[in-house]
Design a protein around this ligand. Structure first.
Ligand code: NAD
Length: 271
């Protein structure tokens, strides 16, 4: 930020969505950043509405628009909680306009992941399946537990989210599975749910289960079940603001970082 600049400028992408609204509301708490753009799809019914009014935090003077290029031209960083479809095109635009990016979108396919890696050659990109500080601490604990407990413990991951969530398992559950594997020092065969005559549980299997319902913001439990004892490590998010505040912390990191692909561990300094 130059001495003349009042604040880092943020474009919120997916601005009309559940997360976009909370990012807009939580950004109001930051003295060093302000929302200068709010973008959603052209078919979004609230295009033209003040983004702060839609988010329930009072007028911002920024209308929700479908013009991502214009928003990027005015912004230092995009905080993107839009959906996975179109992520490659969005990443190309961020790279072309030299707009740093904080990407919260989950369920990104291989082509999208490749576009993220390409963009990260030109801009700072922080991509995390979960921006909550608590979940990132959970990841570190799970990795440690898997390393210490070893192969004598069966590991199962259970996640629960609200009924509107479109992808499964959650990006956080996948990240937790990666942490188990990192701790175990080996890739483990993953089983997503079980049904019918599936036989006895083989050693080393990694079970992942997605539960959907109601308005649950995000629960994750990693179970380490051994002979005669069981450890359950659980994180429960009770408000989306925990993700929004973490994403804004990542945005303040990204605007000052060199081009590259970063994780939330980089932002928190716990890698
Ligand atoms: P949502 O459906 O409520 O909102 C998504 C918004 O993005 C919608 O308004 C939609 O119109 C808009 N959108 C879709 N494609 C777009 C595009 N190409 N350009 C601009 N806007 C676009 O969903 P949500 O609950 O807010 O979640 C959004 C994403 O964030 C999901 O992938 C979800 O899994 C993820 N998420 C991540 C975290 C995290 O901490 N990383 C936390 C919560 C949710």
């Amino acid at each position: 930020m130059s001495a003349r600049q009042a604040c880092w400028k943020i474009a919120v992408v997916g601005a009309a969505g559940r997360m976009g609204q909370r990012v807009i509301a939580c950004a109001k708490e930051l003295p060093e950043a302000c929302v200068c753009g709010a973008v959603d799809v052209p078919t979004c019914p609230v295009i033209g509405t003040d983004a702060g009014v839609h988010a329930g935090c009072g007028a911002l003077g920024v209308a929700i628009s479908a013009d991502l290029a214009a928003a990027c031209a005015a912004a230092d960083v995009a905080v993107d909680f839009a959906l996975a479809g179109g992520v490659a095109a969005r990443m190309e635009l961020y790279a072309r306009t030299k707009t740093a990016c904080v990407l919260g979108t989950t369920g990104v396919d291989a082509a999208g992941q490749a576009a993220i890696a390409r963009a990260a050659q030109d801009i700072a990109v922080v991509h995390a399946p979960n921006f909550s500080v608590g979940v990132n601490v959970l990841c570190a604990l799970v990795r440690r537990a898997a390393a210490v407990l070893g192969s004598g413990y069966d590991v199962e991951i259970v996640e629960m989210h609200h009924r509107h969530k479109k992808d499964a398992p959650s990006g956080t559950a996948v990240r937790l599975a990666e942490m188990v594997e990192a701790g175990a020092g080996a890739a483990l065969p993953r089983v997503y749910g079980r049904e019918g005559e599936c036989g006895a549980r083989p050693r080393g299997e990694l079970g992942i289960h997605a539960v959907r319902g109601g308005d649950v913001v995000g629960d994750h439990t990693v179970i380490f079940a051994g002979e005669g004892e069981r450890i359950e490590l659980t994180h429960k998010a009770s408000t989306r603001d925990t993700f929004a505040r973490g994403a804004l912390r990542a945005a303040l990191f990204a605007v000052q970082a060199r081009p590259g692909l970063y994780a939330m561990e980089d932002v928190l300094g716990i890698k």
